[in-house]
Design a protein. Structure first.
Length: 411
């Protein structure tokens, strides 16, 4: 349960949380990732490309997002979150529009690469830095509420794309998706992304704040345990979610129904993000993370063969709980173990590993399909990754004394 002062923090910063939620949901990481699944089959049918080749586009969006994350962290500390976010939102729209005109794989990949480079300032490094610096007593809850934007995109985007594709083709659907950041995120971020300068959130970070230096974090075993656990979890999540719609359609399920099942992931991501955020404010977060990551291992084994609608919805919902919690846990645990003094840079380095997992998993899982003719092996591999990621979490041990949240609550 969040304290009274925590609730006061949340009420006072709700507009900032809305701006962050919309920004991260319509970011260079989230939009391409959740769009590629429902677009895979229509593009393959139109242009004759292999599914694995189509999904390789995520390597250029998330992969380059991983490479740009440390630079983004430095830019946030140097120029402030708002100055970095606004032009980057336009960059997301421009990159996806470019991809919609592709007639070769090269130009398709260039569009996704442009999305990552031009939209680098929309990645979660920025939004989590703003929230972590603006909230103390309800930091976990605030991160869960802010990052719920990706859950809403996971819920709504597949059906949105399927509807647009059935009306005007995959290019029309991708162009409609490309307009979302410019029409929705840009005005909200312009008006409401205004961090409190007294908390130094997204401004010139580090001055007077407790925390480890980048070098100290890299020499700390906990950084690597956290990074590897999150990487494995995101390999499993990314490979599964981007291939979920085509996997279900291959079993004879209609495209709209498959998109609806995928939407169950998004539905579960919302309470997953919010509930986990509230819980980790009161319960040791690595223990919470272990439970959250073990459940989707079972879900992946169920999804390997399931066709019953009730079973599919349940498995997708369990998968959504993990997908809803991973990013929040990385942000929260980075602050708790390494503090806020150099949060943007340390989080960016850990996030780079996560993004590389997100970038490579869709191609790897689709390649397994192309080799075996089914997605069964992919779901089994995902279950193993989830299990290992869960068992790594307790190794993190007690919280560091570099973060003052507990002392603030005690006061």
């Amino acid at each position: 349960m969040t304290s009274a002062s925590g609730w006061q923090e949340l009420r006072g910063g709700w507009t900032l949380l809305v701006a962050c939620a919309v920004g991260v949901g319509l970011s260079a990481i989230a939009l391409p990732f959740y769009a590629i699944g429902p677009l895979t089959r229509p593009i393959a049918a139109d242009l004759g490309w292999a599914r694995a080749d189509i999904q390789l586009a995520i390597l250029f969006s998330s992969g380059l997002g991983a490479l740009t994350a440390p630079v983004t962290g430095w830019m946030i500390d140097r120029f402030g979150a708002r100055a970095v976010a606004l032009p980057s939102i336009l960059g997301v729209s421009l990159g996806l529009l470019l991809a919609s005109y592709a007639s070769t794989l090269t130009t398709f990949y260039l569009g996704f690469a442009a999305t990552a480079i031009l939209g680098a300032g929309t990645n979660p490094v920025l939004w989590s830095r703003v929230v972590s610096g603006s909230f103390e007593k309800a930091r976990g809850a605030a991160l869960g509420l802010a990052l719920v934007g990706t859950a809403l995109v996971a819920l709504l985007l597949p059906s949105f794309i399927v509807a647009l594709e059935e009306y005007g083709g995959w290019r029309f659907a991708l162009r409609g998706t490309a307009l979302l950041p410019m029409l929705i995120a840009l005005p909200l971020v312009w008006v409401w992304l205004r961090p409190d300068p007294q908390r130094r959130a997204g401004g010139t970070a580090g001055t007077g704040l407790p925390g480890a230096t980048v070098g100290e974090a890299l020499r700390d075993y906990r950084f690597w345990v956290l990074a590897v656990s999150i990487l494995l979890g995101y390999l499993a999540i990314s490979g599964t979610l981007t291939n979920l719609v085509p996997a279900l359609i291959d079993r004879g399920i209609e495209a709209q129904a498959a998109a609806a099942f995928a939407g169950a992931v998004g539905i579960a991501m919302v309470p997953g993000r919010v509930l986990v955020g509230f819980v980790v404010d009161r319960i040791w977060a690595p223990g919470v993370a272990m439970v959250v990551l073990l459940l989707p291992a079972l879900a992946c084994l169920i999804l390997r063969d399931a066709t019953d609608p009730v079973t599919l919805i349940a498995a997708c919902a369990i998968l959504g709980l993990a997908a809803g919690a991973e990013l929040d846990l990385l942000a929260f645990l980075t602050a708790r173990y390494f503090g806020l003094a150099h949060y943007s840079k340390i989080y960016a380095l850990a996030y780079a590993g996560l993004a590389m997992g997100s970038a490579t998993a869709p191609f790897l899982f689709a390649s397994l399909h192309d080799r075996t003719g089914s997605y069964g092996t992919s779901f089994e591999v995902a279950a193993i990754f989830f299990a290992i990621a869960a068992l790594l979490m307790p190794i993190l041990g007690r919280y560091s004394d570099t973060d003052n949240s507990d002392r603030d609550r005690a006061a």
